[in-house]
Design a binder for this molecule. Structure first.
Ligand code: PMP
Length: 396
């Protein structure tokens, strides 16, 4: 049965974690896996989550299944968080939505829905992108086209090239976009670029598929939704796969939501039905715990405020590390000013695999061979040594 399955290489980020754990040196850095860590290096649970868990323990009366499309209140509250309370599409009842297992599960359901809708669209993906996008699209057998998004050597967004590539896209083609805190480059579109892209997407009748995994990690919850909301106000159809993994620190609880803007409310009702059917055949119904915590937090003004403060602290710590890293690099005559203009957990340095291996071997600094680093894996005290190591390894 299984004789034809090829032996695959282990996942790159898992390898980084393994090598980090096996490194006997006392001072070592793990800049690999994409989980937020505090100034002491801990991936701790948010206080607000702990409080919501205490409430849940007290209130929860049943472990019976959730509906196939998830917890209704979670879905309602998340729809508002992503689209904004006054979103015209919500008032028009044309947003289908389903709770899904994390951002990945939401992307999976988005792709399954696009296939089920029967038009087998072409999907345009920026380069570089989150390493799971292409395998997921291949798994769903989409025809994939790429557009240039970011040039690592010059650390610059390739907006003109992106626009000219998408100028070739045909009506009904899907464009995969990162809502905010682009992974792996940290480079996002600005307001005027979002506006120009929205014009193009509208004019060519393209369908955006937003991967929205970091709302609140860039500038703030509202600011980070700029692109998503601008398009949602103008376009008849789009999909948004949103994750609660980072913004609520719920990584392993697999909490996310897929929103689908449809042309009208009748289509939204049919789409919700399709999402329920797809849930049944894929995982039956989504995991409850994380969504119940998010529901408890977002339906309580005090907890919401406290959670927003914790999210702000995470965001500000990453910003502080970015600024301090640039300042330390300047001290050591290394120009990496771009680090401070980027947002979210990641920056990708233009390092070769050989250079990242040398950082691991010679300096106990562990990162994937792509040169992507998780900024929150650094503390202020690490910065002088980190910059020296980058210089010695030949980053210029
Ligand atoms: N998209 C992007 C861009 C991500 O960075 C991640 C998480 N690394 C995901 C999706 C998946 O999120 P989740 O863990 O909620 O499945």
């Amino acid at each position: 049965m299984f004789q034809n399955l090829p032996l695959l290489k282990p996942d790159a980020l898992m390898l980084v974690s393994q090598r980090f754990r096996a490194d006997p040196r006392e001072h070592k850095l793990d800049l690999g896996v994409g989980v937020y860590r505090d100034a002491d290096g801990n991936a701790s649970i948010l206080q607000t989550i702990k409080q919501a868990e205490a409430k849940l323990l007290e209130q929860q009366m049943s472990k019976a299944y959730l509906p196939a499309d998830g917890d209704k209140d979670f879905v309602r509250l998340m729809r508002q968080m992503v689209l904004g309370n006054d979103a015209p599409a919500l008032a028009d009842h044309r947003v289908a939505a389903a709770q899904c297992p994390g951002g990945t599960g939401s992307l999976h359901q988005a792709m399954a829905l696009l296939k089920k809708a029967g038009n087998a669209p072409v999907v345009w993906v920026g380069t570089p992108t989150w390493p799971n996008h292409i395998p997921m699209l291949q798994h769903h057998r989409f025809e994939i086209r790429t557009y240039d998004y970011f040039d690592l050597a010059t650390q610059s967004l390739q907006f003109d090239r992106m626009m000219s590539a998408l100028g070739e896209a045909k009506a009904g083609d899907v464009v995969l976009l990162h809502g905010v805190c682009h992974n792996p480059t940290g480079a996002d579109l600005d307001q005027s670029q979002w506006a120009a892209l929205t014009n193009l997407v509208e004019a060519r009748s393209l369908v955006p598929l937003f991967d929205f995994a970091y709302q609140g990690f860039g500038q703030g919850s509202h600011e980070d939704a700029t692109g998503v909301r601008m398009m949602a106000e103008r376009l008849p159809e789009m999909l948004i796969a949103a994750s609660c993994s980072k913004s609520f620190g719920l990584y392993r609880e697999r909490t996310g939501i897929l929103l689908v803007l449809c042309e009208n409310s009748a289509q939204a009702t049919a789409t919700t039905g399709a999402l329920q059917t797809l849930a049944r055949v894929n995982f039956s119904n989504p995991p409850a715990h994380g969504a119940e915590l998010v529901r408890i937090i977002l339906s309580d003004a005090g907890l919401t405020e406290q959670w927003a403060t914790e999210l702000q602290q995470m965001r500000e710590r990453v910003g502080e590390i970015r600024t301090a890293l640039v300042a330390e690099a300047e001290e050591q005559s290394l120009d990496i000013g771009y680090v401070a203009t980027q947002t979210g957990l990641f920056t990708t340095f233009a390092l070769s695999e050989d250079q990242t291996s040398r950082l691991a071997d010679e300096h106990a600094i562990h990162m994937p061979g792509t040169g992507r680093i998780n900024m929150s894996g650094l503390s202020l005290a690490d910065l002088p040594g980190f910059v020296t190591a980058l210089k010695e390894t030949g980053l210029d």
